[in-house]
Ligand binder design. Structure first.
Ligand code: PNS
Length: 168
């Protein structure tokens, strides 16, 4: 039987416990999940693509999941086709996410009718959580404990206190 490969794309700047929750749920449903980190975005990211990938890899290394971490640029569906993926996974936290996600899912379906988008809900404990808020709260001196893995907290500290740091 053909294995089902799902792409979980995003900026992951940085990865949060909400993202990890979706990765774990996705790994139960699909034979392989590819976490695909967007490289070229219009937004200037806090972490380089390499740092984002290294953090996710290091965090997932402790878990025995059928998950691969990669980068992509250009059209998501082109990348998904190259990986022979049948599914795009996106996390939906609240109704407010739905409109944008629906737009993207329908555009992706128009571009690649063979690829299905599957929306998954993270634990309600993370329903308010976003990378943007993590960056903002941390930068302004607030605690993000329990919202991101320890490694991410350390990397935020290095980055924001200007000490550098390159992933694992
Ligand atoms: O975590 P994000 O920033 O919400 O992820 C958005 C992402 C990376 C999924 C989206 O911007 C994307 O797919 N970008 C790649 C370019 C593309 O395919 N654009 C058309 C989408 S309809």
């Amino acid at each position: 039987m053909r294995k089902t490969v799902a792409i979980y794309p995003g900026s992951f700047d940085p990865v949060t416990n909400g993202h990890l929750d979706i990765i774990q749920r996705g790994a139960k449903l699909f034979d392989e999940v590819i976490v695909a980190v967007l490289v070229n975005s219009e937004k200037a990211p806090l972490f380089t693509a390499e740092e984002r990938v290294n953090m996710i890899r290091a965090i997932l290394a402790e878990q025995r999941l059928a998950v691969r971490v990669d980068t992509f640029d250009g059209l998501l569906v082109t990348y998904a086709q190259k990986q022979n993926a049948q599914v795009i996974v996106r996390g939906i936290r609240a109704v407010s996410d739905y409109e944008y996600e629906l737009q993207m899912a329908l555009m992706n379906r128009r571009l690649a009718p063979g690829i299905e988008t599957v929306f998954m809900m993270p634990s309600e404990a993370y329903s308010f959580l976003s990378s943007r808020l993590v960056r903002e709260v941390f930068t302004l001196g607030g605690s993000v404990e329990g919202l991101v893995p320890r490694l991410v907290e350390e990397m935020l500290r290095c980055k924001i206190e200007g000490r550098g740091g390159a992933g694992e």
